[in-house]
Design a protein around this ligand. Sequence first.
Ligand code: NIG
Ligand code: FE
Length: 419
Amino acid sequence: MSSGTLFFGTGPWATFDDDHEGPRGGKLLAEVRERSPFAVFCEGGRIAATGDLATLRARHRGALEVDLGARTVVPGFVDPHTHPVFAGSREDEFEWRNTGRTYQEIAREGGGIRKSVRQLRAASDADLVANLRATADAFLALGTTTIEAKSGYGLSPEDELRSLRAVREVAATHPLGIVPTFLGAHEFPDEYRDDREGYVRLLVEEMLPRVVAEGLATACDVFCEEGVFDVGQSRRILKRARELGLAVKIHADEITSCGGAELAAEVGALSADHLVHVSTNGMQDLLQSGVVPILLPATSFVLRLARDAPAKAMMDLGLPVAIATDFNPGSSPTRSMPLVMTFACVRYGLTAAQALTAATVNAAHAIGAGNRIGRLKPGFEADLIALDLPNVRHLPYRFGENFVAVVVKAGEIVVDRRR
Ligand code: NIG
Ligand code: FE
């Protein structure tokens, strides 16, 4: 008798089960082999074997069998950039932007991130946990099996710590995989508007060490942007984070070209994110230092940015691009990776195969988990989704509906919408 579960089907399965181990750039970004029929045997939360049904069935008699039919099966999406710990909402700003004001104007007047900071500070721990739990349910229902989750709406030692503790609590009790990032450097809080240096010191001397001492984050991020953290301040924060053993990430060159990508390369970041205004040198630097570029096309759409990230230039260079929702209450209130795939295809010129690679394998590498999630390969976590679609190309094409029928996280069915 064998325990474990045998998932199988006749539809196309996009596995990424070849021998290439790193993030996928160049030709590999576009190469998605669709295998059918196919079967995956899972045990202890991991994929133990893949191949054809008859062989796996003979080897694993007694396994629970799950027939996914003719559905398209892909690895669960990995969303490598989200800001899911917040309270309240900012639909007023959405309307103001649509009727003529810019993100930066609204931010300067005390809206934007600072409004969410006021809302989070007024919320209880229980509210933060309840909101995040509902968000985690929504991610899973849309086929995302792992997210990277940033703090960044607390901006005080206590409020940042309780944001990350909420992440820890939900991560421990919810099937969604959650990888926590400390983003105390998301904005300058109101009480430090006139003492920016003082806030950088607070981050470096108190907040970062406390986050690390409590083991609350695996990475540190900075919003490196004109009017927020400049390159010098970002460098100090990220270097300190590295010294303390954290991985680092950067919101780089989103609204202006300020050297964020170059800094990401210099400090050995896992990822550089946004990159709408990245320079040619910046792209070269990312390639040379193995930093994964994360594109956030839903944000550019919502902010009505005049310019698109130079995705084609990045792909031509061979950069292994990843994509993410950037889920947050201001610039990107979506949790849908399929929608982000659509934007990546329509606005940035990715093919469906490139978008899928960017949303799975490369996204996993962008959060330092590329050896564990993002592929349907023995040894990897058994995270897969079955879609009511005939093949991968339909995924970005049929936007605006949820085609996810089944979500499997660590070998367990956690969403079942089969009809
Ligand atoms: O990635 N750029 C900074 N942070 C978010 C926006 C957060 C907000 O507006 O609340 C972003 O777009
Ligand atoms: Fe962001």
